[in-house]
Design a binder for this molecule. Structure first.
Ligand code: SF4
Length: 237
């Protein structure tokens, strides 16, 4: 049986996250759905900061699918060379631009199936574009959303897809898009991988991880006042 925060605690957690991170959107710079789509493809295994460094000059010189789609992938590589997985991303972006021109009039489609049919676009990328560029309620589950929601008890699942499904059930639909940003910012700033900064966190009262593991991990230093601490101290857990 999955173990979730009870509804009242979930509400308190969402309110606290909203108070702390409300108004903060994506860390990626973009001016239209096309720029967002390319930026999200580039962001795989990279940071938003690095993507922004690359996309500013790229979009100033090559502002749309016609300009980028006219390049070969090899010609695009120097523009995005600071980003990892450069050759693969260049191939995907050029192919995506050409498909946008061929099938969508050069526009990014506001349609999940059409988006995931584009090279380099998976479920998370499609949901980021739908949510941020077209205000379609969605919860794109990246590494931060996955980790933080499972630690907190907003989800309790070992897979990204399962976590997304649980979050869609456990969070009010009108908060999906905003809450996904809040979870990302909380993961970047406090609930980090591999070591969450629980001492600096404002969610300890409700957090599953903290109440089951985090606070007793630090309590080991005071000789296992708690069964979990004792077990760890004796090397049994
Ligand atoms: S208490 Fe710790 S584990 Fe829980 S959300 Fe805060 S930082 Fe993350």
């Amino acid at each position: 049986m999955p173990s979730f925060l009870p509804p009242a605690a979930r509400k308190r957690v969402l309110a606290a996250l909203g108070e702390r991170y409300g108004g903060r959107g994506s860390g990626l710079d973009y001016r239209n759905p096309f720029e967002l789509l390319v930026a999200v493809i580039l962001s795989a295994q990279s940071t938003d900061k690095m993507v922004n460094v690359v996309t500013r000059p790229l979009f100033d010189a090559l502002p749309g699918p016609a300009e980028i789609g006219a390049l070969t992938p090899e010609a695009l590589v120097p523009w995005i060379a600071k980003i990892g997985l450069t050759n693969t991303k260049a191939k995907h972006i050029v192919a995506t631009c050409r498909l946008l021109l061929e099938h969508h009039g050069g526009e990014v489609p506001c349609d999940y199936e059409a988006l995931v049919a584009l090279p380099g676009v998976g479920r998370k990328t499609a949901n980021v574009v739908l949510s941020n560029a077209f205000a379609v309620p969605a919860i794109p589950v990246d590494t931060h959303v996955y980790r933080v929601s499972n630690r907190l008890g907003l989800a309790d699942h070992g897979t990204v897809d399962g976590t997304e499904q649980q979050l869609m059930k456990n969070l009010p639909r009108e908060l999906w898009s905003e809450a996904h940003h809040w979870l990302i910012w909380h993961g970047r700033e406090i609930c980090k991988a591999p070591s969450p900064k629980c001492d600096a966190c404002f969610l300890t009262e409700a957090c599953h991880y903290y109440n089951r593991r985090g606070k007793w991990a630090s309590a080991e230093a005071v000789a296992g006042e708690h069964p979990v601490g004792k077990a760890k101290a004796k090397g049994r857990a």
